[in-house]
Design a binder for this molecule. Sequence first.
Ligand SMILES: [Zn+2]
Length: 462
Amino acid sequence: MRHLGSMVAALALMAGTAQAKGADTSQAEAQALEITKRAIAFRTVQGPGNQTPDYAEYLKGLLVAGGFAAGDVTVTRVDDTAMLVAYYRGTDSAAKPLVLSGHMDVVEAKPADWERDPFTPVIENGYLFGRGATDMKLDGAEVVATLLQLKRDGFKPRRDIVIAYSGDEETTMKTTQALAAQFANAELVLNADGGGGSLAEDGHPQFFTLQGAEKTYADFQLEFTNPGGHSSAPRKINAIYQLARVLDRIGAYQFTPQADALTKAFFTEAAKQQTGETAAAMRAFAADQSDKAAIATLSANPSYIGQIGTTCVATMLSGGHAINALPQRATALINCRIFPGVKVEDVQAKLVEVAADPAMTIKYVEMGTIPNDASPMRPDVMKAVRKALDIGYKGVPIIPGMSAGASDSMWFRSRGIPSYGVSPTFIKDSDSFSHGLNERTPLANLKPSMAYWKSLITDLSR
Ligand SMILES: [Zn+2]
């Protein structure tokens, strides 16, 4: 449980009555919950009946009713979905905008598999259940409700604050690409879909992850082809054996471990949460990326192997066409998660080198991803996040993080726009069901989250 009420009251006493008024976010909390419930009921899933445009129009209606100029809020349709852009005008039109990024779509959910209907919001035992409760309709609603509160308070930012919500983050990311192009001039992007806090199983806040980088996703198809023939007359050359030998070599290969400013900071901070061998390995690796013992310890841990460099792993396999014929073809898919700053072509070249068989063909499989560098750990961002978190989670450690998945930030970072995953939602590992069944989020988040957004958005738009 949080003790935010007393903490806010104490802060207000220190800051005087003007701030005390502004510190009351209860109306905004109620509105954020109401918006989230409405949001979950929109079935914003790619394909026939996609209600993302309806959800976007609903948000537009709220923003305009809350004081946004009608011309400053636009819903743009793209294929079966839509994107939402809303300008909260600043006093300095020459200042670069602060972009608040998020997505309105969700991953498909089959009602038959769920205990409750995924598109009916249900509150039970302090949790909000529904598709998008975690990823990311609550966070999206909190940002909208915060801007509506700032309007009511008469807050005037220096730079424009822009809501830029995509409608296909979970699929094609066409709207994300359009938004990144439209806001290529942004000062920075705060992504409500990324980062976030970790709760221990007893409910106490452990640490907050500030997501400043994403690995690049890439798939490669490896293939051997043979003339084939009758299986009663085997030949020396066999596509299945050739492929097996290559996969064995790739499986044994480890890309040279590396670190950047962000992952060094990650290991330094994460070491404080750990004990024994793992903590020692984290410290040693942050200091020296060629430390063999540290590499061995971290590589053996599924939570950390992705943090120390590029990884590639075989994920799919097929070969042969008949039980009594020599294979004419054998194919494998290799999925790579590439360290920021490393080129996809260089990873492909390394796979060819390690495979060491000129008969193999390799093909990059286009999946709509793009390489992107880590965003710098800007002191202004770190300071604003620290201050915003301290309202509800005083002193909780902030750990800079690189995520292995892809979010809208990928398209902003690929244009050199600093982008940070800063969701204030704290959740237990055992409650983490985003993309999965019975997705849920603890509602104890609402109060600290609303105070957090208000503080963060005001600080970074000055
Ligand atoms: Zn998401």
